[in-house]
Design a binder for this molecule. Structure first.
Ligand SMILES: [Cu+2]
Length: 161
């Protein structure tokens, strides 16, 4: 399994995250992070579809917000792309579906799980460098209003069970 720029340094121990699944263990470089907030905003099941070098793909994950306040996912960064966009999926009157950028971010209400999934909200990842091959892992940093969170997304063709 190749790992792109994945930091093995866990500044905040997994134990401190309270039940964080090891499947998407959380690491962070510690900048702009509210330590307490990490206990109550969890990200699990991050995955991204395989793509050829220079191709476009989509990234999905689950956001579990147990904070007292709502959050907004504003943008997503990954070392394998210089351009990502948050999108929502819309159903047109003729029955076809399309995508629309979420220019004001993705609302993450309190006490809910918000799922980015095929057919729903997702992160478009443009101009992938290098190719994303099944079995690879990709570092993904999520920027919210008052904190950021880094997780590992696994390259796979279908959602994790
Ligand atoms: Cu899209």
């Amino acid at each position: 399994m190749r790992v792109f720029a994945f930091s093995a340094v866990l500044l905040f121990g997994i134990a401190a995250l309270g039940g964080c699944e090891s499947e998407s263990s959380t690491s962070d470089d510690g900048r702009n992070v509210e330590r307490a907030a990490l206990d109550t905003l969890r990200i699990t099941n991050a995955w991204v579809r395989p793509a050829p070098e220079g191709g476009v793909t989509a990234l999905y994950l689950e956001l579990h917000n147990r904070r007292a306040t709502a959050d907004t996912l504003m943008r997503v960064e990954t070392p394998v792309s210089s351009r990502t966009e948050l999108h929502t999926t819309v159903l047109h009157s003729d029955g076809t579906t399309g995508m629309r950028p979420l220019n004001n971010g993705l609302a993450v209400p309190t006490d809910t799980t918000t799922t980015l999934r095929p057919g729903g909200p997702h992160v478009m990842v443009y101009d992938v460098q290098p190719a994303l091959v099944i079995g690879d892992s990709v570092r993904v940093t999520l920027h919210f209003g008052d904190l950021m969170h880094t997780v590992t997304a696994h390259v796979r063709p279908t959602p994790p069970q």
